[in-house]
Design a protein around this ligand. Structure first.
Ligand SMILES: Nc1ncnc2c1ncn2[C@@H]1O[C@H](COP(=O)(O)OP(=O)(O)OP(=O)(O)O)[C@@H](O)[C@H]1O
Length: 280
């Protein structure tokens, strides 16, 4: 299967001469994949995303999205990619929530009733119908994030990129966001690229994880592969999810068990282990 995105040994130099390198392993995203990028602060996650979106041009290395250089084919590429930036204030531009979600469909010249249909379907997906008449500036951080996501989904892109999707979300909204992202991936076949510091949710969301450290993509693998490699993670200033760490330690102590993704799964596995040992 041809990759949707391929980034090889990227080097970027910002105007103030700050140099960002992303060498090591190639960054490859296949259609329908859920990819999470992990790395410490300042390691270049947002820089990587900006290149994929064609907002920045590499000084060295190659960036290909759908076989094209995104910086030279900005309009073509941006139709296929929905994005929610870390700082959503920079991307919400409509005077009312409705206008913001309607921005791209209106720009594409769609008729009023088609725009209405798209906005109402995106708002419904995110449970924000009650916010449509509000002024975005006065919304809470979590509400703004949902509005930005509704805007990104309005044109049903092939690829959805979210930089820190769980920032500003309370536990219930975080759970809803995880479920929604998985639903978009499964039912609409939207390819996901996410960055997050919220490591505990990663096993529920990732098919593939990339770990960036010191200018290199140092590791690629499934959550099980990556989170069992505690030394590489710690070296990159990352902690494995608490459940992954606990169950890896149980494995190291001779208990044959999978690594659970969620607390319910962990509970079942623990009950099975305890029953086997006749502790309960
Ligand atoms: N516009 C800019 N001008 C100058 N330097 C920049 C600019 N944007 C980012 N940088 C620098 O590039 C490096 C990588 O930044 P980037 O935002 O890509 O990291 P990140 O991994 O997304 O960080 P975080 O986890 O904190 O969001 C950092 O040293 C940062 O200070």
């Amino acid at each position: 299967m041809e990759p949707l995105i391929k980034v090889q040994c990227l080097k970027h130099i910002y105007p103030d001469k700050t140099e960002v390198n992303l060498c090591g392993l190639d960054f490859i995203v296949k259609p329908g994949e859920r990819v999470v990028v992990l790395g410490p602060n300042g390691s270049g996650k947002t820089t990587l995303i900006s290149h994929i979106l064609g907002l920045l041009s590499p000084v060295e290395g190659t960036v290909e999205v759908l076989g094209l250089s995104p910086d030279k084919n900005f309009n073509k590429i941006r139709k296929e990619i929905g994005v929610v930036f870390q700082n959503v204030d920079e991307q919400i531009i409509g005077p009312r929530v409705y206008d913001d979600i309607a921005f791209t469909p209106r720009n594409e010249g769609l008729k009023k009733d088609e725009v209405e249909r798209i906005v109402s379907s995106a708002a419904n997906m995110l449970n924000i119908e009650h916010l449509l008449n509000k002024i975005p500036h006065y919304l809470s951080g979590g509400q703004k994030k949902k509005v930005a996501l509704a805007g990104a989904l309005a044109t049903m892109p092939q690829i959805l990129i979210m930089d820190e999707p769980f920032d500003a979300l309370d536990p219930k909204s975080k759970k809803e966001m995880v479920n929604l992202l998985n639903k978009l991936n499964k039912e609409k076949n939207i390819t996901l690229i996410l960055t997050t510091h919220d490591i505990d949710v990663v096993p529920q969301l990732a098919d593939t994880i990339y770990v960036i450290n010191h200018g290199n993509i140092v590791m690629k693998g499934t959550p099980e592969e990556v989170f069992s490699n505690v030394d590489v993670l710690r070296c990159a200033n990352l902690e494995p999810p608490i459940l992954a760490e606990l169950f890896s330690r149980l494995c190291n102590n001779g208990f044959k068990t999978n690594i659970p993704k969620e607390i319910d799964e962990a509970e079942k596995l623990l009950m099975m282990l305890l029953e086997k040992r006749q502790i309960v």
